[in-house]
Design a protein around this ligand. Structure first.
Ligand code: SF4
Length: 291
């Protein structure tokens, strides 16, 4: 990855950004396995080519600072911190993960996150749970117990005022989310890891064009929406996920027409590092140009 410095920040920012993860053949980290196949492979193929500005990576710095400081207040007797675990599968591929904090007596993994308040407001922790289960799976390969995974999310954009006056807003800048680990979930995680690695192997030698398109969910696209509109009014009477419900509502409530609002691929547009190498993203640019 080439690091640019458009905001002319001091060199330590640039060096911090450059000191980022470089992939190793036949090795996939737990966090990488959570990403779509197309994104993983395009990033690997072009990791020396794609660009990121170090000012866009300040949250990486924030995350590193949090991990670095908490690591210093490290270990008791039955604990380890920032421990890398590698496990080689029968097919020669390695799954790796770095566990922030592990207490062997309690069988508990702790993971520190820096997150937005929105994560807590939406309460969608499925990605964290999958990540935690993969750590539990890694520990199990070494016959180490893991009963529970606890995430501590430091909320970067937390506001004391909103916490005082808004219902449902997190009351503290640190949110704790915990999951208990069952044998069934470990079995499912084992299947997930092996099938994801098999899928990556299948596509490693295929061309960019043959890589499977990321799903709508993976592209953070909520799908088209259908707004029931009234002549002379700018805002919708109501917005629906499907056109049939919108039609019924329009007829019942005296709407005049339905406006289709096309779903947006938010990840492709703003958050996918290898987007310029992806034919799908290129097609979106073509749509923009052609209106
Ligand atoms: S640009 Fe979109 S479709 Fe292409 S790899 Fe990135 S997320 Fe997937």
């Amino acid at each position: 990855m080439r690091i640019t410095n458009n905001a002319k920040l001091p060199m330590p920012f640039v060096r911090m950004a450059e000191d980022n993860y470089i992939s190793t053949p036949k090795r996939y980290s737990v966090t990488t396995l959570l990403k779509p196949v197309r994104e993983i492979l395009l990033k690997r193929r072009y990791e020396q080519e794609y660009e990121q500005d170090c000012s866009d990576m300040v949250w990486l710095l924030f995350g590193k600072a949090v991990h670095g400081i908490l690591e210093q207040y490290g270990t008791g007797e039955s604990e380890f911190v920032e421990e890398r675990l590698d496990y080689k599968l029968e097919n020669g591929y390695t799954v790796s993960g770095v566990i922030d904090f592990y207490d062997i007596d309690k069988g508990e993994v702790v993971d520190y996150k820096t997150a937005s308040v929105w994560k807590v407001l939406y309460k969608d922790y499925s990605d964290w749970k999958k990540q935690g289960l993969m750590y539990a799976w890694l520990l199990k390969q070494y016959s180490l117990p893991c009963e529970k995974v606890v995430f501590y999310a430091i909320l970067k954009d937390w506001s004391k005022t909103k916490a005082q006056f808004t219902a449902d807003y997190p009351k503290s800048p640190v949110e704790m989310v915990e999951f208990y680990v069952t044998d069934k979930e470990i079995e499912e995680t084992d299947k997930f890891i092996r099938s994801k690695i098999d899928e990556l192997i299948e596509y490693e030698e295929k061309s960019d064009e043959e890589l499977p398109l990321c799903s709508m969910e993976e592209r953070w696209n909520d799908g088209d929406k259908f707004a029931v509109m009234k002549n002379g009014r700018k805002t919708a009477l109501r917005v629906f996920d499907n056109v049939e419900e919108a039609e019924t509502y329009k007829d019942e409530k005296g709407g005049d027409f339905i406006e289709t609002r096309k779903g947006v691929d938010k990840k492709c547009i703003d958050y996918c590092l290898c987007c310029t190498k992806c034919a799908y993203w290129q097609s979106l640019q073509g749509e923009k140009v052609n209106g």
